[in-house]
Design a protein around this ligand. Structure first.
Ligand code: IVH
Length: 310
């Protein structure tokens, strides 16, 4: 039973440099490989396998104790229920950690259905994924397509050497692995990868909220250890949402298909993440009141994971 940990968030190049420097100092070497992965914006989950069979699935919850969501996880097609263990992995029990998420396309489909059924819409794919795992009706879960990426393998026996080999091993066993990772040997390579994904992330069919930078060698990870709930061998890098300032020209009201009226900001056109934005959602009257939006104000617009700018 290993605790499920959290990651320290960083936002700047300087913080990445400091992380690499600290690893080098503590390990007393500059021969460190870093595995840089996408940070999937979903629900983290622990899958326990016993004798080649999925035995238990638990969410992280508040860190220490999570919810048992085994019944619902059985409905997630991406997650293998039985696995084939290769000869070089002779363990009876192991644990796979990863992220359950929903694609933006499936999120939009389900929200459309919610509107048609006159039911509440979900605010983003992560909330929908997490809400789905909490449902008590596995048949309803089956109607809400969830996906999964595995990123971490744990065993009691010390048979694992590094994260990249483990990704390969999990792939062999039938787990979905995201191929957009890079093994980096220097800060420069890490920063290049961060820069590469800054715009490319918009083209992914699912949301990511940044990247995760991890020391690849498990031996070095053990040497680095943990501080409280954070590993000293990994950090998250978050892209701050791109925002632009523009003028609020008017507030109009849009009637949806089901008759729901929602306020819309009519904006002086501005370029944002390679598109021209003229309108943004104002969600509801409370949102306007809380922010005291008035025609003529200068406002910030951003694109979150959603299609409509905020
Ligand atoms: S590794 C001790 N890798 O981010 C290392 N986490 O902020 C633990 N996450 O709870 C996590 N993508 O739910 C790792 N490629 C990835 C990830 C990832 C998403 C989530 C995970 C974790 C949270 C920490």
């Amino acid at each position: 039973n290993f605790p499920m940990l959290s990651l320290q968030n960083t936002y700047t190049t300087a913080e990445i440099e400091a992380f690499v420097q600290r690893c080098q100092q503590l390990l007393d070497t500059d021969k460190i490989q870093y595995l840089v992965e996408l940070k999937f914006d979903g629900v983290s989950i622990s899958l326990r396998y016993k004798n080649n069979r999925l035995n238990k699935a638990i969410t992280r919850g508040d860190g220490a104790v999570g919810d048992d969501v085994t019944m619902n996880i059985l409905q997630v097609k991406d997650i293998p229920k039985y696995i084939f263990k290769p000869a070089n992995f002779p363990v009876e029990e192991f644990e796979v950690r990863g992220e359950v998420f929903m694609t933006r396309h499936n999120f939009a489909e389900i929200n459309n259905q919610q509107i048609l059924k006159n039911q509440k819409v979900f605010s983003n794919p992560r909330n929908l994924a997490s809400g789905t795992l909490k449902l008590l009706d596995p048949e309803e879960v089956a109607r809400r397509p969830l996906n999964f990426f595995a990123y971490y393998l744990l065993t009691k026996e010390p048979v694992l050497s590094d994260l990249s080999t483990n990704l390969e091993l999990m792939k062999t066993m039938g787990f979905p692995i995201n191929s957009n990772f890079k093994l980096c040997n220097s800060v420069t390579e890490i920063l290049e990868f961060i820069d590469e994904w800054k715009d490319k992330r918009d083209e992914l069919p699912y949301n990511i909220d940044g990247l995760v930078i991890k020391v690849n060698s498990i031996k070095q990870q053990q040497e680095l250890g943990y501080i409280a709930r954070f590993p000293r061998w990994a950090i998250a890098y978050k892209y701050s949402a791109e925002q632009v300032e523009t003028k609020l020209l008017d507030i109009t009201y849009q009637v949806g298909r089901t008759g729901i009226v929602s306020p819309v900001a009519e904006l002086e056109p501005v370029e944002l993440s390679q598109t021209i934005v003229k309108r943004a959602t104002l969600h509801n009257e409370d949102f306007i009141k809380e922010n005291d939006f008035r025609v003529g104000d200068y406002v910030f617009v951003e694109k979150g994971g959603e299609i409509i700018p905020k």
